[in-house]
Design a protein around this ligand. Structure first.
Ligand code: DLL
Length: 435
């Protein structure tokens, strides 16, 4: 199902022409509004009127999170506050948070791209959409909310948490669609089980899961436990929130709404732009946003672009599911390790549940990794031999995938902290020690 079939199925030439026109307009707008961007263009040796094609974008520098922090809170807004009708902000675990603003037209754009997202999973006005993304400064709650309302679905703005109530509403209101983080969807499945509710027998049909990486094996687990289709949705505060890209029912990459969000892939070390099919860091330019447009924003997310039209009919370029960020890669004894690789191994092993925490520390001069993972319910081993065998199995499989050895700590069910939003998967104690 499409929200805007004409745009979602444009051929490449038409798409490029729209993107070029919008980029030319964007260049004029940002330079007229903000001195920062005038300097930004001079650094690239280009004048706004010098932008003749979408490739000219490559002449400009990159924008990073630092630039946004340095101009905190409103320094990069291209519209006066009187035109801004909503403000969101990222959590900002280190330093000042990033602040983004939306004009009325930006909110319309947001609702439209979210409507496209939800249409990818066949949502209609007849559906009850339970929105368990956090409402507030986080963009997940309101983003999904606007999209579902635009379609005309009935939205339940329950936000994250209140898990027993979530299950009760699913039963009583006949929820068709669930929106939340992948980790919270598993938490809900667990709560339903504790309540004696057979979540598989509910009306729930599809879930739109995103805001954090989740492996293919985690997805298989969620689909099995909830008996639903899951779609991966991607976005970030700096660009708009959710609504940047979404999977369709073929689940073969996420369609980027590239008529609004122009993607590039770069080598994160050199900044060189990479061709389609090569893995690198995703960089995005918002082509039409008014209050808070960004040019060549470095997302830190690692992916690959695929321009082939999809079986669903969409021609929008697809990005591979994001497994990690350039800044969440752990370097353990010189080896690069992504938490998602560890998750992938854990979820495939019988006898453990998909709740885990990776604790990294430094003992003397050696990096030390402890993987804490819960054993599955009903798997409380009284027999020490079985316990040790399971530990050994996990350790060996991790070692064969990662190429490093880890320590395994099997935990009792429910002892790893649950999250109602983004799950915390890594505790890197080396950072606290400043090394
Ligand atoms: O997480 C926006 C969002 C809300 C997306 C609801 C999807 C659903 P931020 O809090 O700014 O915004 O975090 C953005 O989260 O750069 C990625 O590293 C990660 N991320 C978001 N979606 C996915 C995904 C929202 N589907 C950061 N897969 C991004 C993997 C994701 N990582």
């Amino acid at each position: 199902m499409f929200w805007d079939k004409k745009t979602e199925t444009l051929d490449r030439k038409q798409m490029t022409s729209i993107q070029t026109e919008r980029l030319q307009d964007l260049a004029q707008r940002v330079c007229a509004a903000v001195p920062f961007y005038q300097e930004f263009f001079s650094k690239g040796g280009v004048k706004p009127e010098g932008i003749k094609s979408i490739e000219d974008l490559q002449r400009l520098p990159f924008l990073s999170k630092h630039n946004l922090r340095d101009t905190y809170p409103f320094g990069l807004f291209c519209r006066p506050l009187k035109d801004v009708v909503e403000i969101h902000s990222s959590s900002g675990t280190t330093g000042k948070p990033v602040v983004v603003g939306y004009t009325r037209q930006d909110l319309d754009l947001w609702a439209s791209v979210m409507a496209r997202t939800l249409c990818c999973g066949g949502v209609t006005e007849k559906d009850v959409v339970q929105n368990a993304y956090g409402y507030g400064l986080f963009t997940g709650g309101l983003g999904l909310h606007y999209g579902a309302q635009k379609i005309g679905a009935s939205v339940l703005p329950i936000s994250g948490g209140n898990s027993k109530r979530q299950i009760m509403l699913m039963q009583d209101f006949g929820t068709d669609v669930l929106c939340c983080t992948p980790s919270y969807s598993l938490c809900l499945a667990e709560i339903a089980e504790e309540m004696g509710v057979d979540i598989k027998s509910l009306k729930l049909r599809v879930a739109f899961l995103g805001a954090e990486p989740w492996s293919d094996s985690m997805r298989a687990e969620i689909e099995k436990k909830l008996n639903i289709m899951t779609l991966d949705i991607y976005g970030l505060t700096e660009i708009i929130g959710p609504g940047v890209a979404s999977e369709c029912e073929y689940k073969d990459g996420l369609h980027i709404n590239e008529d609004y969000f122009f993607p590039e892939i770069i080598n994160p070390d050199t900044g060189e732009v990479l061709p389609y099919g090569e893995e690198g860091e995703l960089v995005i330019t918002t082509l039409t946003k008014e209050a808070f447009p960004v040019i060549r924003f470095r997302t830190r997310d690692i992916t690959v672009l695929n321009p082939e039209p999809c079986k669903c009919g969409r021609t929008l370029v697809r990005m591979r599911r994001v497994g990690g960020r350039t800044d969440d890669m752990l370097i353990i004894r010189g080896v690069n390790v992504f938490p998602s690789q560890i998750e992938d191994v854990l979820v495939k092993i019988d006898g453990v549940s998909p709740h885990y925490l990776i604790v990294v520390d430094r003992k003397g001069t050696m990096d030390d990794v402890e993987v804490r993972v819960e054993v599955s319910e009903g798997n409380l081993f009284d027999e020490i031999k079985r316990f040790e065998a399971l530990e050994r199995k996990i350790k060996n499989e991790l070692e064969s995938v990662l190429g490093i050895s880890t320590r395994i700590k099997l935990m009792e069910p429910h002892s790893v902290e649950r999250s109602m939003g983004k799950a915390i998967r890594v505790q890197d104690k080396r950072k606290l020690k400043g090394n």
